[in-house]
Design a protein around this ligand. Structure first.
Ligand code: GLN
Length: 381
């Protein structure tokens, strides 16, 4: 059978490639972003209880009503924004799906979407599979800030959307209130949508405030804001998330959603509706993860890598440009095979493979895992 590929340039995602290699070589996997510490036992017990109590059939297609109510309460408290749980929140099988659905909801062939590189690897294929064009703008190296003048120069009548991601994967960079002001300036008076990927909303450090689009009602009016329970509750394998948007836009989002996944895992939604009341579980995250980041940063001082300081996410980037000329993809493979540590080469997050000789390390690990990785990395000296 012949097939005309909708994604002719796409291979297997780097996360699968590097995790498989890590397994094959028994390497410490600081590549793919997932915690290796235990999630909450209480939350696990709540899922078990939900199953025992008989919550095993389809949930409401928009998400369990109680869960949506609790999310609206959380949003009100954290971001002082009132969101209607009936019309503005949809629970999705993960953040990636929420992003894909948002793009599919609005994109028509020929539309342009402004996307910043390095970009999380699903963004550009998700744009292109919808027949739209990704207009790529490189973040400034090495602080990975947005060059707003360039953004403004690339906006035209075909621009349908701007995608932002804060805290940012893969760099850990975070947007400031000045960035939000620039974004406002860029979209005001246009019909441009915003997709704000905020799966790392609670993973923000150094006392910095998360600049959620939910804080800005005028921007929320044109936005899809995407979240992931996997990141918040240390259970990336659960693949549950949600999307927030204004009611008129959410109506269209749900048309796409209902014939793709229809509804999400019921017992987990029941459990999360209860667990969301434990505010401490998410309010304690900046402290918990910052401790891990700082622990890793300190250990890394014994290696030849140079850190690129950042303030959020699961990740921190490190440069090796001063001691090797190797391409980052090759260096990452060699690091796994010869030194037993897996990281993600950042050039894969650029469509044209822009290579600054930087690797992304995931520090959302037990201290013993981080120690084991760095014990191996010091051998590079
Ligand atoms: N978000 C995770 C990362 O950046 C992994 C997601 C995935 O494996 N698709 O590492």
């Amino acid at each position: 059978m012949q097939i005309v590929s909708k994604l002719p340039d796409v291979g297997t995602t780097i996360f699968t490639v590097m995790s498989s290699l890590a397994q094959q070589y028994n390497a410490v996997n600081l590549g793919q972003g997932f915690p290796d510490f235990m999630m909450s036992e209480e939350l696990i017990a709540l899922v078990n209880k939900a199953m025992q109590d008989g919550h095993n059939q389809y949930a409401h297609m928009n998400g369990l009503p109680l869960l949506r109510e609790r999310l609206a309460e959380k949003i009100e408290k954290l971001y002082q924004t009132s969101v209607d749980p009936d019309t503005q929140i949809t629970v999705t099988p993960g953040g990636t799906y929420a992003i894909y659905t948002a793009l599919t909801t609005v994109l028509q062939p020929g539309d342009e979407v402004i996307v910043f590189e390095p970009a999380y690897d699903s963004y550009i294929p998700n744009i292109e599979v919808n027949g739209a064009k990704a207009v790529r703008i490189s973040l400034r190296f090495p602080d990975y800030s947005i060059p707003w003048e360039e953004v403004q120069s690339k906006v035209n009548s075909k621009t349908k959307m701007i995608m932002i991601n804060t805290p940012h994967n893969p760099t850990g960079a975070v947007l400031s209130s000045d960035d939000i002001e620039q974004l406002r300036k860029t979209v005001s008076g246009t019909n441009i949508f915003i997709l704000s990927d905020e799966v790392y909303e609670h993973l923000i450090y150094d006392g910095i405030l998360h600049q959620s689009i939910l804080r800005y009602p005028d921007l929320l009016e044109r936005s899809f804001v995407c979240f992931s329970f996997g990141k918040t509750y240390h259970c990336t394998g659960w693949k549950l998330g949600y999307c927030i948007s204004p009611a008129s836009i959410m109506k269209e989002f749900r048309k796409v959603h209902q014939f793709n996944c229809f509804s999400c895992d019921t017992p987990k939604q029941v459990a999360l509706a209860v667990y969301l009341q434990r505010e401490e579980a998410y309010l304690s995250l900046p402290k918990l993860l910052q401790q891990k980041r700082d622990y890793f940063r300190n250990l890394m001082k014994a290696t030849p890598f140079k850190g690129i300081p950042s303030h959020g996410s699961y990740f921190e980037c490190y440069s090796y440009a001063h001691f090797s000329e190797e391409k980052d993809t090759e260096f990452a493979i060699r690091l796994t095979k010869e030194f037993g540590v897996t990281a993600i080469p950042v050039s894969v997050f650029y469509k044209e493979g822009e290579d600054h000789k930087v690797l992304r390390f995931c520090f959302a690990k037990q201290e013993s895992t981080l120690e084991k990785a760095v014990e191996r990395l010091v051998k590079l000296t």
